[in-house]
Write a protein that binds this ligand. Structure first.
Ligand code: ZN
Length: 558
Protein backbone atom coordinates (compact mmCIF):
# COMPACT_ATOMS: atom_id res chain seq x y z
CA UNK A 1 0.00 0.00 0.00
CA UNK A 2 1.38 3.42 -0.97
CA UNK A 3 0.64 6.15 1.57
CA UNK A 4 0.71 9.85 0.79
CA UNK A 5 3.12 10.55 3.64
CA UNK A 6 5.72 8.31 2.01
CA UNK A 7 5.71 10.23 -1.26
CA UNK A 8 8.67 12.54 -1.59
CA UNK A 9 10.74 13.83 -4.47
CA UNK A 10 14.06 15.70 -4.36
CA UNK A 11 13.90 19.44 -4.89
CA UNK A 12 15.71 20.01 -8.19
CA UNK A 13 18.73 22.27 -8.43
CA UNK A 14 18.84 23.65 -11.93
CA UNK A 15 22.57 23.26 -12.60
CA UNK A 16 22.59 19.62 -11.51
CA UNK A 17 19.51 18.80 -13.56
CA UNK A 18 20.96 20.60 -16.57
CA UNK A 19 24.16 18.55 -16.27
CA UNK A 20 22.14 15.33 -16.40
CA UNK A 21 20.27 16.59 -19.47
CA UNK A 22 23.56 17.38 -21.21
CA UNK A 23 24.52 13.74 -20.75
CA UNK A 24 21.19 12.59 -22.27
CA UNK A 25 21.75 14.89 -25.24
CA UNK A 26 25.25 13.60 -25.85
CA UNK A 27 24.16 9.98 -25.52
CA UNK A 28 21.19 10.46 -27.81
CA UNK A 29 23.31 12.12 -30.46
CA UNK A 30 25.77 9.26 -30.27
CA UNK A 31 23.15 6.46 -30.20
CA UNK A 32 23.56 4.49 -33.39
CA UNK A 33 20.87 1.88 -32.72
CA UNK A 34 17.20 2.17 -31.84
CA UNK A 35 17.82 0.21 -28.66
CA UNK A 36 20.62 2.50 -27.50
CA UNK A 37 18.44 5.58 -28.09
CA UNK A 38 15.45 3.95 -26.36
CA UNK A 39 17.58 3.24 -23.31
CA UNK A 40 18.40 6.96 -23.01
CA UNK A 41 14.71 7.83 -23.43
CA UNK A 42 13.83 5.53 -20.51
CA UNK A 43 16.37 7.19 -18.21
CA UNK A 44 15.21 10.65 -19.32
CA UNK A 45 11.65 9.57 -18.56
CA UNK A 46 12.61 8.43 -15.05
CA UNK A 47 14.09 11.85 -14.29
CA UNK A 48 11.03 13.61 -15.70
CA UNK A 49 8.81 11.54 -13.40
CA UNK A 50 10.84 12.68 -10.43
CA UNK A 51 10.55 16.32 -11.48
CA UNK A 52 6.83 15.97 -12.13
CA UNK A 53 6.23 14.37 -8.74
CA UNK A 54 8.09 17.22 -7.05
CA UNK A 55 6.20 19.87 -9.04
CA UNK A 56 2.82 18.29 -8.29
CA UNK A 57 3.62 18.06 -4.58
CA UNK A 58 4.55 21.74 -4.52
CA UNK A 59 1.33 22.69 -6.29
CA UNK A 60 -0.77 20.49 -4.03
CA UNK A 61 0.68 21.96 -0.83
CA UNK A 62 0.14 25.51 -2.07
CA UNK A 63 -3.46 24.64 -3.00
CA UNK A 64 -4.04 23.17 0.45
CA UNK A 65 -2.94 26.38 2.13
CA UNK A 66 -2.46 29.37 -0.16
CA UNK A 67 -1.75 31.61 2.85
CA UNK A 68 1.27 29.53 3.98
CA UNK A 69 4.39 31.56 3.29
CA UNK A 70 6.74 28.55 2.92
CA UNK A 71 4.40 26.82 0.44
CA UNK A 72 4.02 30.03 -1.53
CA UNK A 73 7.79 30.48 -1.72
CA UNK A 74 8.24 26.90 -2.88
CA UNK A 75 5.61 27.45 -5.56
CA UNK A 76 7.44 30.63 -6.65
CA UNK A 77 10.64 28.61 -6.92
CA UNK A 78 8.85 25.99 -9.00
CA UNK A 79 7.35 28.66 -11.27
CA UNK A 80 10.74 30.26 -11.77
CA UNK A 81 12.56 27.04 -12.58
CA UNK A 82 9.75 25.50 -14.71
CA UNK A 83 10.44 27.30 -18.02
CA UNK A 84 14.14 26.47 -17.73
CA UNK A 85 13.28 22.81 -17.19
CA UNK A 86 10.93 23.01 -20.18
CA UNK A 87 13.85 24.31 -22.20
CA UNK A 88 15.91 21.25 -21.23
CA UNK A 89 13.04 18.95 -22.20
CA UNK A 90 12.43 20.67 -25.51
CA UNK A 91 16.08 20.22 -26.48
CA UNK A 92 15.80 16.46 -25.95
CA UNK A 93 12.48 16.35 -27.81
CA UNK A 94 14.04 18.18 -30.76
CA UNK A 95 16.81 15.59 -30.90
CA UNK A 96 14.26 12.78 -30.81
CA UNK A 97 12.12 14.28 -33.58
CA UNK A 98 15.17 14.52 -35.83
CA UNK A 99 16.81 11.28 -34.71
CA UNK A 100 18.23 8.91 -37.31
CA UNK A 101 16.52 6.05 -35.44
CA UNK A 102 13.19 7.82 -35.08
CA UNK A 103 11.33 5.01 -36.87
CA UNK A 104 12.60 2.46 -34.32
CA UNK A 105 11.70 4.78 -31.46
CA UNK A 106 8.20 5.39 -32.83
CA UNK A 107 7.70 1.65 -33.00
CA UNK A 108 8.65 1.34 -29.36
CA UNK A 109 7.00 4.42 -27.86
CA UNK A 110 4.18 5.03 -30.30
CA UNK A 111 3.72 7.79 -32.91
CA UNK A 112 1.47 9.85 -30.65
CA UNK A 113 4.35 10.70 -28.31
CA UNK A 114 6.16 12.21 -31.28
CA UNK A 115 3.11 14.26 -32.27
CA UNK A 116 2.94 15.60 -28.69
CA UNK A 117 6.63 16.46 -28.71
CA UNK A 118 6.16 18.26 -31.98
CA UNK A 119 3.54 20.47 -30.26
CA UNK A 120 5.85 21.07 -27.31
CA UNK A 121 8.73 22.06 -29.55
CA UNK A 122 6.56 24.46 -31.54
CA UNK A 123 5.16 26.03 -28.37
CA UNK A 124 8.45 26.93 -26.74
CA UNK A 125 11.62 28.93 -27.17
CA UNK A 126 14.04 30.13 -24.49
CA UNK A 127 13.03 33.65 -25.54
CA UNK A 128 9.67 33.20 -23.77
CA UNK A 129 11.09 31.98 -20.45
CA UNK A 130 10.67 35.29 -18.70
CA UNK A 131 7.07 35.91 -19.77
CA UNK A 132 6.24 32.34 -18.73
CA UNK A 133 7.52 32.99 -15.23
CA UNK A 134 5.53 36.22 -15.10
CA UNK A 135 2.41 34.36 -16.32
CA UNK A 136 2.73 31.81 -13.47
CA UNK A 137 2.99 34.62 -10.94
CA UNK A 138 -0.17 36.25 -12.25
CA UNK A 139 -1.95 32.88 -12.07
CA UNK A 140 -0.92 32.42 -8.43
CA UNK A 141 -2.14 35.95 -7.73
CA UNK A 142 -5.59 35.14 -9.10
CA UNK A 143 -5.81 31.96 -6.99
CA UNK A 144 -4.76 33.81 -3.87
CA UNK A 145 -7.26 36.59 -4.45
CA UNK A 146 -10.17 34.15 -4.82
CA UNK A 147 -9.04 31.86 -1.98
CA UNK A 148 -8.51 34.85 0.32
CA UNK A 149 -11.94 36.42 -0.26
CA UNK A 150 -13.79 37.04 3.01
CA UNK A 151 -17.49 37.47 2.38
CA UNK A 152 -19.76 38.88 5.05
CA UNK A 153 -23.05 37.02 4.88
CA UNK A 154 -25.80 37.12 7.51
CA UNK A 155 -23.39 37.58 10.38
CA UNK A 156 -20.88 34.99 9.14
CA UNK A 157 -17.60 35.35 7.30
CA UNK A 158 -17.52 32.95 4.37
CA UNK A 159 -15.26 31.93 1.51
CA UNK A 160 -16.56 31.19 -2.00
CA UNK A 161 -16.85 27.44 -1.26
CA UNK A 162 -19.00 28.13 1.81
CA UNK A 163 -21.21 30.49 -0.18
CA UNK A 164 -22.32 27.78 -2.66
CA UNK A 165 -24.86 26.32 -0.24
CA UNK A 166 -26.57 29.70 0.04
CA UNK A 167 -26.46 30.27 -3.71
CA UNK A 168 -28.38 26.98 -4.00
CA UNK A 169 -30.66 27.57 -0.99
CA UNK A 170 -34.35 26.74 -1.28
CA UNK A 171 -35.25 30.23 -0.01
CA UNK A 172 -35.16 32.61 -2.96
CA UNK A 173 -34.34 35.63 -0.80
CA UNK A 174 -31.26 33.89 0.61
CA UNK A 175 -30.13 32.90 -2.88
CA UNK A 176 -30.45 36.47 -4.06
CA UNK A 177 -28.47 37.79 -1.10
CA UNK A 178 -25.74 35.19 -1.66
CA UNK A 179 -25.38 36.20 -5.32
CA UNK A 180 -25.39 39.87 -4.37
CA UNK A 181 -22.55 39.24 -1.90
CA UNK A 182 -20.60 37.25 -4.49
CA UNK A 183 -20.83 39.88 -7.21
CA UNK A 184 -20.30 42.76 -4.83
CA UNK A 185 -16.89 41.25 -4.04
CA UNK A 186 -16.13 41.12 -7.75
CA UNK A 187 -17.34 44.71 -8.25
CA UNK A 188 -14.99 45.83 -5.48
CA UNK A 189 -12.07 43.92 -6.99
CA UNK A 190 -12.84 44.67 -10.60
CA UNK A 191 -9.87 46.96 -11.20
CA UNK A 192 -7.38 44.36 -9.99
CA UNK A 193 -9.09 41.48 -11.81
CA UNK A 194 -9.23 43.47 -15.06
CA UNK A 195 -5.62 44.44 -14.69
CA UNK A 196 -4.52 40.85 -14.05
CA UNK A 197 -6.31 39.53 -17.11
CA UNK A 198 -5.20 42.40 -19.30
CA UNK A 199 -1.59 41.66 -18.48
CA UNK A 200 -2.11 37.93 -19.05
CA UNK A 201 -3.64 38.49 -22.50
CA UNK A 202 -0.87 40.84 -23.58
CA UNK A 203 1.80 38.47 -22.26
CA UNK A 204 0.31 35.50 -24.09
CA UNK A 205 -0.08 37.44 -27.31
CA UNK A 206 3.49 38.65 -26.99
CA UNK A 207 4.80 35.10 -26.50
CA UNK A 208 2.89 33.95 -29.57
CA UNK A 209 4.41 36.76 -31.67
CA UNK A 210 7.89 35.92 -30.37
CA UNK A 211 7.39 32.33 -31.49
CA UNK A 212 6.29 33.47 -34.94
CA UNK A 213 2.52 32.94 -34.64
CA UNK A 214 -0.01 35.54 -35.78
CA UNK A 215 -1.62 35.50 -32.37
CA UNK A 216 -2.24 33.45 -29.27
CA UNK A 217 -5.06 31.21 -30.56
CA UNK A 218 -2.71 28.95 -32.54
CA UNK A 219 -0.18 28.86 -29.71
CA UNK A 220 -2.90 28.13 -27.16
CA UNK A 221 -4.05 25.11 -29.18
CA UNK A 222 -0.47 23.86 -29.32
CA UNK A 223 -0.04 24.35 -25.58
CA UNK A 224 -3.13 22.19 -25.16
CA UNK A 225 -1.36 19.53 -27.28
CA UNK A 226 -4.22 19.33 -29.78
CA UNK A 227 -3.03 17.20 -32.65
CA UNK A 228 -6.21 16.06 -34.36
CA UNK A 229 -8.48 19.14 -34.55
CA UNK A 230 -8.21 22.91 -34.72
CA UNK A 231 -10.15 26.16 -34.19
CA UNK A 232 -12.35 25.55 -37.26
CA UNK A 233 -13.58 22.22 -35.86
CA UNK A 234 -14.28 23.84 -32.51
CA UNK A 235 -16.17 26.67 -34.23
CA UNK A 236 -18.34 24.09 -36.03
CA UNK A 237 -19.04 22.33 -32.73
CA UNK A 238 -20.09 25.64 -31.16
CA UNK A 239 -22.43 26.25 -34.10
CA UNK A 240 -24.02 22.84 -33.52
CA UNK A 241 -24.52 23.73 -29.87
CA UNK A 242 -26.32 26.91 -30.93
CA UNK A 243 -28.49 24.95 -33.34
CA UNK A 244 -29.35 21.83 -31.34
CA UNK A 245 -28.68 22.45 -27.69
CA UNK A 246 -29.45 26.10 -26.96
CA UNK A 247 -33.15 25.59 -27.82
CA UNK A 248 -33.38 22.56 -25.50
CA UNK A 249 -31.52 24.40 -22.76
CA UNK A 250 -33.89 27.37 -23.11
CA UNK A 251 -36.82 24.98 -22.84
CA UNK A 252 -35.32 23.41 -19.69
CA UNK A 253 -34.84 26.87 -18.18
CA UNK A 254 -38.50 27.59 -18.95
CA UNK A 255 -39.57 24.40 -17.17
CA UNK A 256 -37.34 25.31 -14.27
CA UNK A 257 -39.04 28.71 -13.94
CA UNK A 258 -42.42 26.97 -13.94
CA UNK A 259 -41.28 24.44 -11.31
CA UNK A 260 -40.02 27.28 -9.13
CA UNK A 261 -43.20 29.24 -9.69
CA UNK A 262 -41.37 32.34 -10.86
CA UNK A 263 -42.27 34.54 -13.76
CA UNK A 264 -38.68 35.15 -14.80
CA UNK A 265 -35.79 32.85 -14.03
CA UNK A 266 -33.06 35.02 -12.53
CA UNK A 267 -29.37 34.17 -12.16
CA UNK A 268 -30.00 33.35 -8.51
CA UNK A 269 -32.61 30.76 -9.53
CA UNK A 270 -30.50 28.90 -12.06
CA UNK A 271 -28.82 26.62 -9.53
CA UNK A 272 -32.11 25.33 -8.07
CA UNK A 273 -34.53 23.19 -10.05
CA UNK A 274 -37.70 23.17 -7.94
CA UNK A 275 -39.28 24.47 -4.75
CA UNK A 276 -37.84 21.66 -2.67
CA UNK A 277 -34.34 23.03 -3.26
CA UNK A 278 -31.50 20.83 -4.39
CA UNK A 279 -31.04 17.32 -3.03
CA UNK A 280 -28.22 17.27 -0.50
CA UNK A 281 -26.02 14.37 0.59
CA UNK A 282 -27.41 12.95 3.81
CA UNK A 283 -24.20 12.95 5.83
CA UNK A 284 -20.83 14.57 6.41
CA UNK A 285 -17.40 13.99 4.91
CA UNK A 286 -16.65 10.67 6.66
CA UNK A 287 -20.14 9.36 6.00
CA UNK A 288 -19.74 10.26 2.31
CA UNK A 289 -16.52 8.28 2.07
CA UNK A 290 -18.19 5.25 3.65
CA UNK A 291 -21.04 5.44 1.13
CA UNK A 292 -18.51 5.88 -1.66
CA UNK A 293 -16.70 2.72 -0.55
CA UNK A 294 -19.99 0.80 -0.80
CA UNK A 295 -20.82 2.36 -4.15
CA UNK A 296 -17.50 1.57 -5.80
CA UNK A 297 -17.55 -1.96 -4.38
CA UNK A 298 -20.97 -2.40 -5.98
CA UNK A 299 -19.55 -1.19 -9.30
CA UNK A 300 -16.98 -3.99 -9.44
CA UNK A 301 -13.66 -5.01 -8.01
CA UNK A 302 -11.62 -2.63 -10.21
CA UNK A 303 -13.21 0.55 -8.88
CA UNK A 304 -13.83 -0.90 -5.42
CA UNK A 305 -10.22 -1.97 -4.93
CA UNK A 306 -8.95 1.30 -6.29
CA UNK A 307 -11.06 3.41 -3.94
CA UNK A 308 -9.87 1.41 -0.92
CA UNK A 309 -6.32 2.09 -2.03
CA UNK A 310 -6.99 5.84 -2.30
CA UNK A 311 -8.66 5.96 1.08
CA UNK A 312 -6.16 3.73 2.83
CA UNK A 313 -3.23 5.73 1.44
CA UNK A 314 -4.85 9.07 2.45
CA UNK A 315 -4.63 10.13 -1.17
CA UNK A 316 -7.42 12.68 -0.86
CA UNK A 317 -8.17 16.00 0.79
CA UNK A 318 -11.83 16.90 0.44
CA UNK A 319 -12.67 19.02 3.48
CA UNK A 320 -13.28 22.73 3.02
CA UNK A 321 -10.85 24.97 4.95
CA UNK A 322 -9.98 28.65 4.90
CA UNK A 323 -7.09 29.49 2.62
CA UNK A 324 -7.60 26.34 0.58
CA UNK A 325 -7.84 26.83 -3.17
CA UNK A 326 -11.39 26.91 -4.52
CA UNK A 327 -12.64 23.95 -6.58
CA UNK A 328 -11.38 20.44 -7.13
CA UNK A 329 -8.66 18.68 -9.08
CA UNK A 330 -6.79 15.44 -9.46
CA UNK A 331 -3.03 15.25 -9.58
CA UNK A 332 -0.60 12.36 -9.62
CA UNK A 333 2.84 11.30 -8.50
CA UNK A 334 4.31 9.39 -11.44
CA UNK A 335 7.31 8.08 -9.49
CA UNK A 336 4.88 6.16 -7.27
CA UNK A 337 2.11 5.55 -9.82
CA UNK A 338 -0.63 6.94 -7.59
CA UNK A 339 -3.05 9.84 -8.02
CA UNK A 340 -4.42 12.29 -5.44
CA UNK A 341 -7.75 14.09 -5.33
CA UNK A 342 -8.48 17.53 -3.92
CA UNK A 343 -11.84 19.16 -3.21
CA UNK A 344 -13.82 21.36 -0.83
CA UNK A 345 -16.92 19.61 0.48
CA UNK A 346 -19.58 22.15 1.41
CA UNK A 347 -22.60 19.95 2.08
CA UNK A 348 -24.23 20.46 -1.34
CA UNK A 349 -24.81 18.04 -4.18
CA UNK A 350 -21.70 19.61 -5.75
CA UNK A 351 -19.69 17.44 -3.36
CA UNK A 352 -20.91 14.31 -5.11
CA UNK A 353 -20.07 15.81 -8.51
CA UNK A 354 -16.60 16.95 -7.63
CA UNK A 355 -15.88 13.70 -5.89
CA UNK A 356 -17.06 11.33 -8.64
CA UNK A 357 -15.47 13.59 -11.25
CA UNK A 358 -12.02 13.66 -9.68
CA UNK A 359 -12.27 9.95 -8.91
CA UNK A 360 -12.74 9.35 -12.64
CA UNK A 361 -9.49 11.16 -13.37
CA UNK A 362 -7.76 9.31 -10.57
CA UNK A 363 -8.99 5.93 -11.74
CA UNK A 364 -7.73 6.55 -15.26
CA UNK A 365 -4.33 7.67 -13.94
CA UNK A 366 -4.16 4.48 -11.91
CA UNK A 367 -5.23 2.24 -14.79
CA UNK A 368 -2.67 3.67 -17.18
CA UNK A 369 0.19 3.99 -14.67
CA UNK A 370 2.16 1.29 -16.48
CA UNK A 371 2.59 3.33 -19.69
CA UNK A 372 6.24 3.48 -20.62
CA UNK A 373 6.40 7.22 -21.26
CA UNK A 374 5.27 9.99 -18.95
CA UNK A 375 3.76 11.78 -21.95
CA UNK A 376 1.16 9.04 -22.35
CA UNK A 377 0.18 8.49 -18.70
CA UNK A 378 -2.59 11.07 -19.16
CA UNK A 379 -4.35 11.85 -22.41
CA UNK A 380 -4.90 15.39 -23.63
CA UNK A 381 -7.50 17.21 -21.54
CA UNK A 382 -10.64 16.78 -23.63
CA UNK A 383 -10.04 13.01 -23.54
CA UNK A 384 -9.12 13.09 -19.83
CA UNK A 385 -12.42 14.82 -19.03
CA UNK A 386 -14.28 11.87 -20.57
CA UNK A 387 -13.02 9.62 -17.77
CA UNK A 388 -14.17 12.05 -15.09
CA UNK A 389 -17.46 13.19 -16.58
CA UNK A 390 -18.42 9.67 -17.59
CA UNK A 391 -17.89 8.41 -14.07
CA UNK A 392 -20.31 11.13 -12.91
CA UNK A 393 -22.85 9.63 -15.31
CA UNK A 394 -22.00 5.96 -14.65
CA UNK A 395 -22.39 6.32 -10.88
CA UNK A 396 -25.94 7.69 -11.36
CA UNK A 397 -27.71 4.38 -10.57
CA UNK A 398 -26.00 4.34 -7.15
CA UNK A 399 -27.07 7.78 -5.99
CA UNK A 400 -29.53 6.31 -3.44
CA UNK A 401 -26.45 5.83 -1.26
CA UNK A 402 -25.92 9.58 -0.98
CA UNK A 403 -29.40 11.00 -1.50
CA UNK A 404 -31.78 8.27 -0.29
CA UNK A 405 -35.33 8.87 -1.55
CA UNK A 406 -34.17 12.00 -3.32
CA UNK A 407 -31.89 10.08 -5.70
CA UNK A 408 -34.28 10.03 -8.65
CA UNK A 409 -34.75 13.77 -8.37
CA UNK A 410 -30.97 14.15 -8.22
CA UNK A 411 -30.59 12.13 -11.42
CA UNK A 412 -33.09 14.28 -13.32
CA UNK A 413 -31.55 17.51 -12.12
CA UNK A 414 -28.09 16.20 -12.83
CA UNK A 415 -28.95 15.28 -16.41
CA UNK A 416 -30.61 18.65 -17.03
CA UNK A 417 -27.58 20.45 -15.63
CA UNK A 418 -25.18 18.37 -17.70
CA UNK A 419 -27.06 19.62 -20.77
CA UNK A 420 -27.39 23.27 -19.75
CA UNK A 421 -23.70 23.27 -18.89
CA UNK A 422 -22.67 22.79 -22.52
CA UNK A 423 -23.92 26.18 -23.82
CA UNK A 424 -22.14 27.88 -20.92
CA UNK A 425 -18.97 25.92 -21.66
CA UNK A 426 -18.88 26.89 -25.33
CA UNK A 427 -19.63 30.50 -24.37
CA UNK A 428 -16.47 30.48 -22.25
CA UNK A 429 -14.58 29.10 -25.24
CA UNK A 430 -16.04 31.54 -27.76
CA UNK A 431 -15.27 34.44 -25.43
CA UNK A 432 -11.59 33.46 -25.29
CA UNK A 433 -11.37 33.27 -29.06
CA UNK A 434 -12.76 36.82 -29.24
CA UNK A 435 -10.34 38.00 -26.55
CA UNK A 436 -7.21 36.58 -28.13
CA UNK A 437 -8.21 37.62 -31.64
CA UNK A 438 -8.25 41.22 -30.37
CA UNK A 439 -5.54 41.35 -27.70
CA UNK A 440 -5.48 45.15 -27.79
CA UNK A 441 -9.09 45.40 -26.59
CA UNK A 442 -9.70 47.30 -23.37
CA UNK A 443 -11.07 45.62 -20.24
CA UNK A 444 -14.42 47.31 -20.89
CA UNK A 445 -14.50 45.90 -24.42
CA UNK A 446 -13.82 42.42 -23.00
CA UNK A 447 -16.82 42.72 -20.72
CA UNK A 448 -18.85 43.64 -23.81
CA UNK A 449 -17.47 40.54 -25.59
CA UNK A 450 -18.75 38.39 -22.74
CA UNK A 451 -22.19 39.97 -23.07
CA UNK A 452 -22.09 39.24 -26.80
CA UNK A 453 -21.48 35.50 -26.27
CA UNK A 454 -24.05 35.37 -23.49
CA UNK A 455 -26.68 36.56 -25.93
CA UNK A 456 -25.69 33.75 -28.31
CA UNK A 457 -25.53 30.84 -25.89
CA UNK A 458 -27.37 31.88 -22.74
CA UNK A 459 -30.26 33.99 -24.10
CA UNK A 460 -32.41 33.29 -21.02
CA UNK A 461 -29.95 34.84 -18.63
CA UNK A 462 -31.22 37.67 -16.41
CA UNK A 463 -29.02 39.29 -13.75
CA UNK A 464 -31.71 41.59 -12.44
CA UNK A 465 -29.30 44.38 -11.58
CA UNK A 466 -26.78 42.26 -9.63
CA UNK A 467 -23.56 44.22 -9.31
CA UNK A 468 -20.75 43.34 -11.72
CA UNK A 469 -22.45 40.29 -13.30
CA UNK A 470 -25.09 42.51 -14.92
CA UNK A 471 -22.26 44.53 -16.47
CA UNK A 472 -20.65 41.60 -18.28
CA UNK A 473 -18.33 40.52 -15.47
CA UNK A 474 -19.47 36.95 -14.77
CA UNK A 475 -16.53 35.44 -16.64
CA UNK A 476 -14.13 36.70 -13.98
CA UNK A 477 -15.27 33.94 -11.63
CA UNK A 478 -14.30 31.33 -14.24
CA UNK A 479 -10.80 30.37 -13.15
CA UNK A 480 -9.92 28.61 -16.41
CA UNK A 481 -10.26 31.88 -18.32
CA UNK A 482 -7.39 33.27 -16.29
CA UNK A 483 -5.28 30.19 -15.69
CA UNK A 484 -5.97 27.69 -18.43
CA UNK A 485 -6.71 29.40 -21.74
CA UNK A 486 -8.79 27.36 -24.20
CA UNK A 487 -9.21 24.49 -21.72
CA UNK A 488 -12.93 25.00 -21.23
CA UNK A 489 -14.18 23.59 -24.54
CA UNK A 490 -12.69 20.29 -23.39
CA UNK A 491 -15.45 19.86 -20.81
CA UNK A 492 -18.14 20.29 -23.46
CA UNK A 493 -16.47 17.85 -25.86
CA UNK A 494 -16.07 15.37 -23.02
CA UNK A 495 -19.64 15.88 -21.81
CA UNK A 496 -20.83 15.03 -25.32
CA UNK A 497 -18.92 11.77 -24.98
CA UNK A 498 -20.00 11.16 -21.37
CA UNK A 499 -23.65 11.50 -22.41
CA UNK A 500 -23.03 8.79 -24.98
CA UNK A 501 -21.64 6.55 -22.23
CA UNK A 502 -24.71 7.32 -20.15
CA UNK A 503 -27.08 6.40 -23.02
CA UNK A 504 -25.14 3.19 -23.53
CA UNK A 505 -25.31 2.30 -19.84
CA UNK A 506 -29.09 2.74 -20.00
CA UNK A 507 -29.13 -0.06 -22.54
CA UNK A 508 -26.37 -2.28 -21.14
CA UNK A 509 -24.41 -1.37 -18.00
CA UNK A 510 -21.89 -4.19 -18.40
CA UNK A 511 -21.00 -3.17 -21.92
CA UNK A 512 -20.67 0.49 -20.96
CA UNK A 513 -18.47 -0.31 -17.95
CA UNK A 514 -16.23 -2.61 -19.97
CA UNK A 515 -15.69 0.12 -22.56
CA UNK A 516 -15.03 2.63 -19.77
CA UNK A 517 -12.36 0.47 -18.11
CA UNK A 518 -10.69 -0.17 -21.46
CA UNK A 519 -10.67 3.53 -22.32
CA UNK A 520 -9.10 4.40 -18.95
CA UNK A 521 -6.42 1.76 -19.45
CA UNK A 522 -5.39 3.35 -22.76
CA UNK A 523 -4.35 6.50 -20.91
CA UNK A 524 -2.89 8.94 -23.39
CA UNK A 525 -1.51 6.56 -25.98
CA UNK A 526 -3.55 8.13 -28.80
CA UNK A 527 -5.11 11.48 -29.74
CA UNK A 528 -8.63 12.48 -28.67
CA UNK A 529 -10.78 11.27 -31.56
CA UNK A 530 -8.87 8.02 -31.83
CA UNK A 531 -9.51 7.27 -28.14
CA UNK A 532 -13.18 8.22 -28.49
CA UNK A 533 -13.78 5.94 -31.49
CA UNK A 534 -11.91 3.06 -29.88
CA UNK A 535 -14.43 3.23 -27.03
CA UNK A 536 -17.27 2.90 -29.54
CA UNK A 537 -18.32 6.56 -29.24
CA UNK A 538 -18.86 9.15 -31.96
CA UNK A 539 -16.48 12.11 -32.08
CA UNK A 540 -18.22 15.37 -31.14
CA UNK A 541 -16.79 16.80 -34.37
CA UNK A 542 -18.71 14.31 -36.49
CA UNK A 543 -21.79 15.83 -38.06
CA UNK A 544 -24.90 14.66 -36.24
CA UNK A 545 -23.11 13.51 -33.08
CA UNK A 546 -24.39 16.29 -30.85
CA UNK A 547 -27.85 16.14 -32.43
CA UNK A 548 -28.12 12.46 -31.49
CA UNK A 549 -26.94 13.11 -27.95
CA UNK A 550 -29.50 15.90 -27.53
CA UNK A 551 -32.35 13.78 -28.89
CA UNK A 552 -31.55 10.96 -26.47
CA UNK A 553 -31.43 13.30 -23.53
CA UNK A 554 -34.66 15.02 -24.56
CA UNK A 555 -36.42 11.65 -24.61
CA UNK A 556 -35.11 10.76 -21.16
CA UNK A 557 -36.19 14.10 -19.72
CA UNK A 558 -39.69 13.81 -21.13
ZN1 ZN B 1 -11.78 17.22 -14.73
Amino acid sequence: MIAFDDITAPRPVYDETAARYRVFEAELSAASSGEAAAEVVRRWDALRRELETWSNLVNLRFSQDTANEAFRKERDYRDEIAPRLTDLDVRVKRLLLAHARRADLEKQFGPHAFALWECDVLAFDPAIQEPLVRESKLCAEYDQMIAGAKLAFRGETLNFSDLVKYREHEDRQIRHEAEAVRWQWFAENRAQLDHLYDEMVRLRHGMARTLGYDGYVALGYRQMNRTDYGPADVARFRAEVREHLVPLAAELRGRQAAALGVERLMLWDEGVEDLRGNPVPQGDHDWMLDRATEMFDAMGSELGGFFRLMRGGKLMDLKNRDGKRFGGFCTSFPTHGVPYIFGNFNGTKQDVHVFTHEMGHAYQAWRSRGKVLMDTLWPTYEAAEIHSMSLERLTAPHMEKFFGDDAERFRRIDLAQALTFIPYGVAVDHFQHLVYERPEASPAERHAMWQEVERMYLPWRDYGGLPHASEGGLWQFQRHIYLRPFYYIDYTLAQTCALQFWARAQRDVKDAMAAYHALCARGGEAPFQDLVRSAGLASPFEAGCLKGVVENARRALN
